[in-house]
Design a protein around this ligand. Structure first.
Ligand SMILES: C[S@@+](CC[C@H](N)C(=O)[O-])C[C@H]1O[C@@H](n2cnc3c(N)ncnc32)[C@H](O)[C@@H]1O
Length: 288
């Protein structure tokens, strides 16, 4: 039986529910996207002494890595709208004896009491702005003229089976309307033409995009099909949608998700589904 989930996938409330879900599943999320973060850090090639802003830093794993590279002569500042994630990031920095610092604010409008940054980094933290061009213009104001930005954003959903396969299964049980193209969310920048327009309108030029393709371990490396299903239900917005359905729908969807993940399970590796991201580089234009 198909139930309605029309309210289900409306905006992502990072300062509230989504932030809490990300925090509750922090290790699994970070381990899933660690290879993409490593590729982006390598591409960025930070040097000692640089001042780097980490946009949408979440639990701060990449900010801590950047702080180690830039050293005491540089700066690594994580900026995130979710208070619970900033709290965790600060605790991690204290535990690790890191010089990374963290600010909780909406990057679309924040005014930082900081000297301008040499660089901006973001692993999947830049796709959630309601009005992206003014948000990027605001970020540009935090950077030195010519400062380089490095962003990882998800490419087309059809090449991100970790999401499409899950949606395919859930849609067999719940009516979920098609996603609105360019709406804030994981796939807001799947269209590279639109991404270019946003960056140029926001005050960036010299845009260069590399493609990252790989296999993503759903639920983290080594997860079983059952654990991957638990992860999806606990952490993704579709999990909330299913949680609002009756027990019959929930149980049938759970069983179908586990069956689907079993087809992708590699012993010793985990539930490995194809993923594709854009690794985007651009430079802040001089003001005026
Ligand atoms: C997919 S998570 C990525 C977290 C982190 N970059 C990582 O790779 O572990 C997206 C992050 O962007 C943050 N975010 C979303 N909108 C934001 C905004 N307007 N200002 C600052 N942070 C935002 C969320 O709170 C969340 O931590």
């Amino acid at each position: 039986m198909t139930q309605s989930g029309t309210e289900a996938l409306k905006g992502e409330d990072w300062a509230g529910e989504m932030g809490a879900r990300w925090l509750a599943n922090l290790d699994r999320f970070e381990n899933m996207i660690a290879p993409i973060g490593a590729a982006l850090l390598e591409r960025a090639g930070y040097q000692a002494g640089e001042r780097v802003l980490d946009l949408g830093c979440g639990g701060g794993a990449t900010t801590l890595a950047i702080a180690e590279t830039v050293g005491p002569g540089g700066a690594a500042l994580g900026l995130d709208v979710a208070p619970m994630l900033i709290e965790r990031a600060r605790a991690r920095a204290t535990e690790a004896g890191s010089l990374a610092r963290f600010v909780c604010a909406d990057a679309a409008t924040a005014r930082l009491d900081e000297p301008p940054f040499d660089r901006l980094f973001s692993r999947f933290g830049s796709m959630f702005f309601e009005t992206p061009a003014p948000a990027f213009a605001n970020l540009s104001g935090m950077l030195k003229a010519g400062a380089r930005i490095d962003l990882a954003v998800w490419a087309n959903p059809r090449d991100n089976l970790w999401m499409m396969e899950v949606m395919g299964v859930v849609r067999q049980h719940v009516d979920i309307p098609p996603a609105t193209p360019r709406a804030p969310g994981p796939f807001a920048f799947e269209d590279r033409g639109y991404l270019n327009d946003v960056l140029e309108s926001g005050g960036f030029s010299d845009i260069d995009v590399a493609t990252y393709q790989g296999l993503q371990p759903v639920g983290g490396p080594g997860a079983t099909p059952d654990e991957a299903t638990d992860f999806v239900l606990a952490s993704m917005a579709v999990g909330r949608v299913l949680g609002e359905q009756g027990a019959g729908v929930r149980d049938a969807a759970r069983s179908d998700l586990t069956g689907m993940f079993t087809r992708y399970h590699q012993v010793g590796e985990g539930v490995m589904l194809p993923c594709k991201a854009w690794l985007v580089t651009a430079r802040a234009k001089p003001v005026g």
